[in-house]
Design a protein around this ligand. Structure first.
Ligand SMILES: [Ca+2]
Length: 365
């Protein structure tokens, strides 16, 4: 990717230290700095390009190496209020510490690393030693490109929640696929190999979530051709030791920290019949480490047709994310008098996890 977000994702190795993102929010990015010791560099969105340019050009080397050369002194990044200027910290309290509170109405996936207790420990009024500020020449002129959304990335090794269920299904076709693990995920994306498929970004492979983690995308933001409502997560197949992904390396969880939805207009011929197909899975609630609910339900709207689907995860799966996918299909009619029809997926589970979908296709019947 050629935007700031793509630049953020890259791991950067410098002489004596390396930098990689550990948490990305719409307002700021927290980078893990690994050298003679670990540290955190927090960069507000408007200073991202200047920070990365300075990093790549070596202008920040001395300052960062000096910081790594000092003993940790309790400079903990624990609240969004600390993200307004680029700074160096000794540690990051929780993955979502940099997210403004209005973006986290309840515990979200980004919290997994710390679990509820650590979230409880997060106290925005806490005051510790001030962070070391990094001097960024030209920061004010830096861009505002952003990222494909209000993004929240969890750090590696986080847990992930989810649930699911037993439920009535109104699909006209339901196929149960054997349990999928990260080692058996298909590299072939069926939705992409179907040349008649009119859905763009059908396998949720872009933008790229960090390996072993996920990206949260916020309300009103675009996910390639999908428009996001609420908040959702693009999740890598290796998250939490293995996460439900049908094909490629990512799937979409219709809940980041509350219900989320995605929608796109697909080109259709008026009054023609189309078949919408997608695969549904979910993460069991118990190991989620957050307020996940079961079963997981997803409502799909295509033109004038609305269907609700439910998924019951295997609570005994090991790892918990080794879940099957169930493939559902139903028919709908292209918008009369129009050349496109809106297709929307709505997660309805509250808490911090929802239905997991992958491989969406819409083809003429
Ligand atoms: Ca995929």
């Amino acid at each position: 990717m050629d935007n700031a977000f793509g630049r953020v994702i890259d791991r950067r190795s410098r002489a004596g230290y390396a930098v990689e993102p550990t948490a990305i929010a719409w307002n700021a990015v927290a980078f893990r700095v690994r050298g003679s010791r670990d540290a955190i560099a927090c960069v507000p969105r408007a200073e991202l390009d200047a920070f990365l340019d300075g990093l790549d050009a070596g202008r920040l080397d001395q300052e960062i190496l000096d910081f790594l050369g000092t003993e940790p002194s309790g400079r903990v990044l624990r609240a969004a209020g600390q993200t307004r200027r680029t700074g160096l910290f000794d540690e990051l309290a929780t993955p979502d510490a940099i997210v403004p509170p209005e973006r986290i109405p309840r515990r979200g996936i980004g919290d997994h690393g710390g679990g509820t207790p650590s979230v409880a420990r997060r106290d925005k009024r806490s005051r510790g030693p001030r962070p070391r500020r990094l001097l960024l020449a030209g920061a004010a002129a830096a861009t505002v490109v952003i990222v494909a959304g209000v993004i929240v990335v969890a750090s590696r090794g986080d847990d992930k929640p989810q649930p699911v269920a037993v439920g009535q299904t109104t699909s006209t076709t339901t196929t149960t696929v054997p349990a999928t693990t990260s080692t058996t995920i298909s590299a072939v994306k069926p939705c992409e190999s179907e040349s008649r498929n009119v859905v763009t970004d059908c396998s949720f492979e872009s933008p790229t979530a960090p390996t072993g983690s996920f990206l949260g995308v916020g309300p009103g933001e675009k996910l390639e051709n999908w428009t996001v409502g609420g908040s959702v997560d693009l999740v890598n197949k290796d998250f939490a030791g293995g996460y439900p992904v049908k094909s490629g390396v990512q799937s979409l969880d219709l809940n980041h920290n509350d219900v989320g939805s995605i929608a796109q207009d697909v080109p259709t011929t008026a009054a023609s019949t189309y078949v919408l197909t997608f695969s549904l899975s979910g993460y069991p609630a118990a190991p989620a480490g957050c307020s996940a609910t079961e079963p997981q339900e997803v409502t799909v709207v295509a033109g004038a047709t609305t269907k609700t689907f439910s998924f019951q995860p295997d609570d005994a799966a090991n790892p918990p994310g080794a879940q099957r996918f169930e493939t559902h299909s139903f028919t709908f009619t292209g918008n009369p008098g129009a050349t496109s029809t809106p297709v929307e997926f709505d997660g309805t589970n509250r808490g911090c996890a929802g239905g997991v979908i992958d491989d969406v296709s819409v083809v003429p019947q």
